[in-house]
Design a protein around this ligand. Structure first.
Ligand code: UGA
Length: 430
């Protein structure tokens, strides 16, 4: 069997790895020749341990290419193009549409096109209509992969969601994923529109859940409640669950923020004002500002040296798209703070330095901390959850730890003032 994966980002590479692992010959295509060259040299441009291992193990079955002719005569095409937020918030389909236009003449009669990109409602049906005369079947097959373990989730997803309108496509899919289906992973077949909305519904809800507790953390802080205690007891209700109940300075990444915007834009297009996606976005945009205001009240920021810890949008990744480190450093620089920044991921450091040339990006935690008045923790990296006071004391000038991810129990620090999210500030020092 031959398959083409179009777009070699996280989703595309996870697809290529899975297909190769079930013995497909895979052409993994990307328009970015530099990316293809690094993939050919086995320098995977992302830090995903399992994914890199599977790609490496199956390398003989994967052809990384920027040449369209390598995509001819495939049984199936997996479209994994980015759909970032456009100017009006709606998903920008230009990369997706361009790929479809260039590929259209290559599709053989009877081939299958799987849409893995997150696309607005109606995209799958429109493509199915466009390709019907070529007898090419289109399946909307949204992905639910969270960065950090994309391969694991591609291999063993919580569920399959398929927008499908013919039995032939369903039979093809069932054969492709027969092992997982046999293991009992549920498969929901529905219309293209329902599958597309399921993807947005899922990301929208995850974002809402985070924003909900983040907003309540402000109330907790002003009323003497501890949001950590609340979240623990709140999540113990099985109808609610503990997932996504960690409060912080907000969520980032290439998915949740833009999918909320896209939901709003789709609603507007249909004459609806969807209130909840907009509210989740508003809380998320104000959450870092809320925290900064608190910081500034405790330690006036102008001229202060702040060590920014955690540049990737979440721990264990190298991705800085929509990372809190970007907005936080913008605000802090504007407020006159002096920043040193660190992340354990060299790729995250490199991308952050390009995006924020005014910040001193360093390659060890120790260098970042040296001479700092305060630490500002922005991600849940293990290294940041194991800070030793004895090591910090001789390095730092000031005695402040601002924890934007609530990594420590209150009372953990004896020699540092400790301010976190939705909990009281612990003062140990003038
Ligand atoms: C998200 C979804 O979780 C995936 O299911 C989806 O497939 C993916 O988007 C996508 O559309 O491709 P991802 O952005 O990789 O995946 O990461 P999450 O683990 O959901 O985290 C998103 C953000 O929320 C991070 O900034 C994280 O720090 C933050 N977060 C997460 C919290 O603030 N609190 C939490 O309790 C959990």
């Amino acid at each position: 069997m031959r398959a083409a994966v179009v777009g070699c980002g996280y989703v595309g590479l996870a697809n290529a790895a899975f297909l190769a692992s079930v013995h497909y010959e895979v052409a993994a295509y990307d328009i970015d020749e530099k990316k293809i060259a690094s993939l050919q040299a086995k320098a995977f441009p992302i830090e995903e341990k399992k994914l890199s291992e599977v790609l490496q193990k199956n390398r003989e079955r994967i052809l990384y290419t920027s040449s369209l002719k390598d995509l001819a005569h495939c049984d199936a095409y997996f479209l994994c193009l980015p759909t970032p937020a456009g100017k009006d918030g709606a998903a920008d389909l230009s990369a997706f549409n361009q790929a479809v236009t260039t590929l259209q003449d290559l599709f053989d009669e009877g081939s299958f096109v799987f849409i893995r990109s997150t696309v607005p409602l109606g995209t799958g049906s429109a493509l199915a209509k466009k390709l019907a005369s070529q007898h090419v079947s289109v399946v909307s097959y949204p992905e639910f992969l969270a960065e950090g373990h994309v391969y694991e989730e591609e291999e063993t997803p919580s569920r399959f969601v398929l927008g499908i309108d013919d039995d032939k496509s369903l039979a093809y899919f069932k054969n492709l994923r027969k092992k997982s289906l046999k293991e009992g992973i549920p498969c929901y077949a529905m219309s293209h529109e329902s599958a597309e909305l399921t993807k947005y519904a899922s990301n929208g809800f995850l974002a809402l859940k985070i924003s909900y507790l983040n907003e309540l953390s402000r109330l907790a802080e002003r009323s003497g409640a501890d949001i950590g205690e609340v979240a623990l007891a709140f999540g113990a209700d099985p109808r609610i669950g503990h997932a996504l109940t960690k409060v912080g300075v907000g969520f980032g990444g290439s998915c949740l923020p833009k999918d909320l915007q896209a939901l709003g834009a789709m609603g507007e297009e249909k004459g609806l004002s969807l209130l909840l996606p907009e509210a989740a976005t508003a809380v998320n945009l104000t959450q870092p500002l809320y925290f900064l205001k608190k910081m500034d009240a405790l330690l006036p920021l102008p001229g202060k040296k702040i060590a920014l810890l955690g540049l990737a949008y979440k721990a264990g990744t190298s991705d800085i798209r929509n990372a809190l480190s970007l907005s936080m450093s913008d605000y802090l620089l504007k407020d006159g703070a002096i920043l040193s920044a660190y992340d354990p991921s060299p790729l995250a450091r490199e991308s952050f330095q390009k995006a924020q040339p005014a910040v001193n990006v360093v390659s060890t935690l120790k260098e970042a901390i040296k001479g700092a008045d305060a630490l500002l923790i922005l991600s849940e990296e293990k290294e940041f959850a194991q800070l030793e006071e004895a090591a910090l004391l001789p390095l730092m000038v000031g005695r402040w730890i601002f924890d934007g991810r609530n990594l420590y129990e209150l009372g953990h620090f004896h020699y540092f003032n400790y301010a976190s999210v939705g909990r009281k500030t612990v003062l140990t020092h003038d």
